[in-house]
Design a protein around this ligand. Structure first.
Ligand code: CAA
Length: 282
């Protein structure tokens, strides 16, 4: 494994590209327009600067990391030499199915196709390809260069060999891979999202305010961020989409998204990325 292609240059995509490049993989970062790619490279450069200023990497390592990343606006061009492709596009099932159909036709036959999806079924994604055994979930956590976990999701048809390769690869990135099966929300979001939803219900029902809820969880449970701040950080639209996958997938009312979350997303208050969620961002 040397050549990694990453589809999507948003928060997760640029973090994944950054991490592979930092560990000396050749990364092709792909998006639909050059301005998104340029912005992603700026973000990676800024995040590398943080690491340099903390002394966790050197200026030389920063330069090598950036040199290891090439950008592409054509998927066909960007994946033609790939050993592994990690898709980190928007959480939209139709978009993901289209991307995986394209990847199956453009990527080398033995390339592994991974998705960074936070909750969409790997089995369903694999079914649009002719290589279900080589399709897998590789779910990184935000911020990718910092967070140790990679949730490795085995679809119904994923082979042992593909799973072993991806687990070993995550270890090469100094991450801790955890193997899980493909059911709604996998493990991370099946547990995280009900907690966030409950925090939003706690606010909605007037039990306590934003500061109070987050402080209880930060200082009482030693969480690095309170659940409402974390929801803003993840994106309220993403939280809502994941809760809908859990609700539809299990048919259990305990996963029903809080009406306040639904309203905030409808009003365009999607968290840090839009400047407002439970908190204001300037
Ligand atoms: N790139 C590189 N380094 C980064 C970074 C980035 N994007 N963001 C932060 N860092 C580094 C900092 O340089 C710093 O490094 P040192 O430890 O060497 O000092 C370290 O991370 C901590 O950063 P800060 O001191 O700036 O801030 P902090 O201590 O408040 O930590 C945080 C920031 C790591 C984001 C922390 O608040 C945290 O862990 N929050 C929770 C994150 C979380 O739960 N993520 C999972 C979200 S769920 C998800 O991603 C999946 C999903 O499907 C929804």
């Amino acid at each position: 494994m040397k050549n990694i292609s990453v589809i999507g240059s948003g928060t997760m995509g640029n973090g994944i590209a950054h991490t592979f490049a930092q560990f000396n993989y050749h990364v092709n970062l792909i998006d639909i327009n050059q301005s998104a790619l340029d912005k992603a490279i700026q973000t990676i450069s800024k995040n590398l600067d943080r690491q340099v200023s903390k002394g966790s990497i050197t200026e030389d390592q920063k330069a090598t990391t950036l040199k290891n990343i090439r950008t592409f606006v054509s998927t066909e061009e960007g994946v033609k030499n790939a050993d592994l492709i990690v898709e980190a596009a928007t959480e939209n099932i139709d978009l993901k199915l289209k991307i995986f159909k394209d990847l199956d036709s453009f990527a080398p036959q033995n390339a592994i196709l991974a998705s960074n999806t936070s909750s969409i079924s790997i089995t369903q994604i694999a079914a649009v390809t002719n290589r279900g055994d080589k399709v897998i979930g590789m779910h990184f956590m935000n911020p990718v260069p910092v967070m140790k976990l990679v949730e490795v999701i085995r679809g119904y048809a994923t082979s042992d060999e593909t799973t072993k390769t991806v687990m070993a690869l995550a270890e090469q990135l100094q991450k801790v891979p955890v193997e899980v099966n493909d059911y709604p929300g996998f493990v991370a979001n099946r547990i995280l999202m009900p907690m966030i939803n409950e925090a939003i219900y706690t606010l909605y029902e007037g039990v306590a305010g934003v500061y109070e809820i987050d402080t209880v969880m930060k200082l009482g449970m030693a969480h690095p961020m309170g659940p409402l701040q974390l929801a803003d950080f993840i994106g309220l639209d993403i939280c809502l989409a994941i809760l809908k996958v859990l609700h539809d997938g299990f048919g259990n009312p305990k996963y029903a998204p809080c009406p306040l979350l639904v309203n905030m997303v409808a009003a365009g208050k999607k968290g840090a990325k839009t400047g407002e969620g439970f908190y204001q961002y300037t």
